[in-house]
Design a protein around this ligand. Structure first.
Ligand code: SF4
Length: 217
């Protein structure tokens, strides 16, 4: 697995934690509206990159400076599940803090496996649209405007099933979040929040939900 050459320190990705943000240079099945990582990380893989050995060397030397590590992308879970598990297992062995993975939720089986094998403490999942309320045919254009792909029922099932997994896991290291895309009406965000709150009640979960401003850069 290859990683973006800059490991980034952040203070707000996981509240009350100093987090090491690591972007894999894996691709992404989506091309979301305004994705900040698309050009630099997804469309044009940089010639310079860090390897897994570089990452573990860095964690050995500087891991004590962080109390969480967040694996992001592109889509971190697009890679082979065995490679993903190896990286996370080695991280567990060499790092004391929490391990977080960010995902769109498309790879439901992989999210499930990471929880079952306790390779992550939390997953930060994007709920980009009120998937539950949209029809893949009648609302195809909305999916294409935001995710830039043609939706399928299977895709929507996976996205919703992953969101359920995160809510059911019920850790303060988990997160469901939405970008407030300027191309969507407020009713979309109200519908997403209402859905997440209902699923939280269903699973008796206190998972944090965040509606994040769209950042123009
Ligand atoms: S899923 Fe995330 S990384 Fe992929 S295109 Fe969308 S915003 Fe970018």
């Amino acid at each position: 697995m290859k990683f973006y050459q800059n490991f980034i320190r952040t203070f707000n990705d996981l509240p009350d934690h100093t987090t090491l943000l690591v972007h894999s240079l894996s691709s992404c099945p989506f091309h979301c509206f305004g994705c900040h990582n698309y050009d630099e990380i997804i469309a044009h893989t940089p010639k310079e990159y860090k390897t897994t050995d570089d990452l573990f060397f860095y964690l050995e030397k500087s891991g004590f400076l962080f109390d969480a590590i967040m694996f992001s992308g592109g889509e971190f879970l697009i890679d082979n599940i065995n490679d993903i598990c190896d990286v996370l297992q080695q991280t567990r062995e060499s790092f004391q803090g929490k391990i977080i993975v960010t995902t769109s939720g498309l790879y439901h089986d992989k999210v499930k496996k990471l929880y079952e094998e306790e390779l992550v403490d939390g997953v930060h999942i994007d709920m980009k649209l009120p998937y539950h309320a949209l029809d893949v045919k009648a609302d195809q254009q909305v999916f294409q405007d935001v995710l830039r792909v043609k939706p399928s029922r299977k895709m929507v099932q996976n996205l919703l099933a992953s969101i359920d997994l995160v809510i059911a896991h019920n850790s303060q290291a988990d997160q469901v979040r939405t970008v407030k895309y300027p191309i969507l009406d407020d009713v979309f965000f109200q519908e997403i929040r209402s859905y997440v709150e209902k699923r939280k009640i269903y699973f008796q979960s206190k998972v944090p939900y965040f509606l994040n401003e769209f950042l123009y850069i």
